[in-house]
Design a protein around this ligand. Structure first.
Ligand code: 5RP
Length: 334
């Protein structure tokens, strides 16, 4: 990525955890200027060490940014994002932009966007996929908000996204160049970015569950309850590896699974207590609102609830995948 970016922008980043700090690093590498803020001053020091500026309050951030101010919030969804957006709404002015890049509930975006519009502040919701690997691979971005603001932010999205890489456009697509081939899409008005990310994560639950169940069945194929001539001692690590090569079920989640199995074939280091951050529940709720049957996604959500009562190998596998793509550390059973 070039550091000579003629479209370089100044961005404030609020929240310098594993996602926010990595995004700052990718933006810096892309030639942008970043000013970071986090409640934890050690996180601010770390990004200063990486070449960004740091501040010790939102007020200082608002004072340091040139207008129109662009502030990207990368704090945990829910109360923290709500409080951060509210505080920024009081500090920023007409023409400024707040971007929520967390996993917020899309209806919260619609409400926030409308409230901030009264003050002339533009609000953009961005579903951000790529986890802890995004700093190198880039982040797939699903964007909601007013087109003019999304266009203004294009250099930022372009830098954060993976870029075209070696993935050819799907045959038959229009030859008109589009940002989707770069890994970022303007999905529609307020909330649409997080709506699409919510469904993305709902699908993620279902895919993870499908792998986890399949591997658990193979792991138990040597059960003493089976006829002796139908028992198989399968090497799951090798099967994950071979499926990565040309099979219909190859995917990045499978790559991560293969990595987890190489490190720990029994996944003994995982309890299998699988958390959820909300998107799966909201996906099921959206399916109910639209009367769309969503058997797999609903079952995958319920399996996570069940995992908190009794852990199977498949639960451990989902924990392993979440750790791999998102750096999520599972809660230990008491
Ligand atoms: O957005 C993500 C991946 O795409 C995050 O890692 C998210 O936390 C995963 O969802 P959950 O915590 O519910 O498993």
């Amino acid at each position: 990525m070039s550091t000579n970016n003629e479209n370089a922008m100044q961005i404030g980043m609020v929240g310098l955890g594993k996602m926010g700090a990595n995004m700052v690093k990718r933006l810096l590498a892309g030639g942008h200027h970043c000013i970071g803020y986090d409640v934890n001053s050690a996180n601010v020091d770390a990004i200063i060490g990486a070449g960004a500026d740091g501040v010790s309050s939102l007020t200082e951030l608002a004072a340091k940014l040139p207008t129109p101010r662009i502030v990207w919030c990368m704090v945990p969804a829910g109360e923290l994002t709500e409080a951060t957006v509210k505080a920024l709404g009081e500090l920023l002015e007409s023409g400024d932009v707040i971007i929520d890049g967390g996993n917020s509930f899309y209806k919260d975006d619609v409400r926030r966007s409308e409230a901030l519009a009264d003050k002339g502040i533009h609000y953009v919701d961005v579903g951000t996929s790529g986890g802890v690997w995004g700093v190198e691979r880039g982040y797939c971005l699903m964007i909601g908000g007013p087109k003019a603001t999304v266009d203004l932010l294009d250099p930022i999205f372009k830098t954060l996204a993976p870029g075209k890489g070696d993935i050819e456009p799907t045959p038959g697509r229009s030859s008109e160049p589009s940002t989707v081939e770069q890994g970022y899409a303007h999905c529609g008005p307020a909330g649409s970015g997080h709506f699409v990310k919510m469904i993305h994560n709902g699908i993620e639950y279902g895919m993870m569950m499908a792998y986890a169940e399949g591997f658990d069945i193979m792991r138990n194929a040597n059960s003493k309850n089976l006829p002796e001539n139908l028992r198989y001692d399968l090497n799951l690590t090798d099967i994950a590896e071979v499926w990565r090569r040309g099979s219909v079920v190859s995917s990045w989640l499978l790559d991560l699974t293969a990595g987890a199995l190489v490190e720990d074939p029994d996944l003994a280091g995982y309890s299998g207590y699988v958390e959820d951050s909300g998107e799966g529940r909201w996906t099921v709720q959206a399916a109910i609102d639209e009367a769309v049957p969503a058997h797999v996604l609903t079952a995958a959500l319920y399996a996570r609830f069940r995992s908190r009562q009794q852990n199977t190998f498949s639960d451990k596998m989902i924990s392993a995948m979440r750790k791999k793509f998102g750096g999520h550390i599972e809660k230990k059973l008491s």
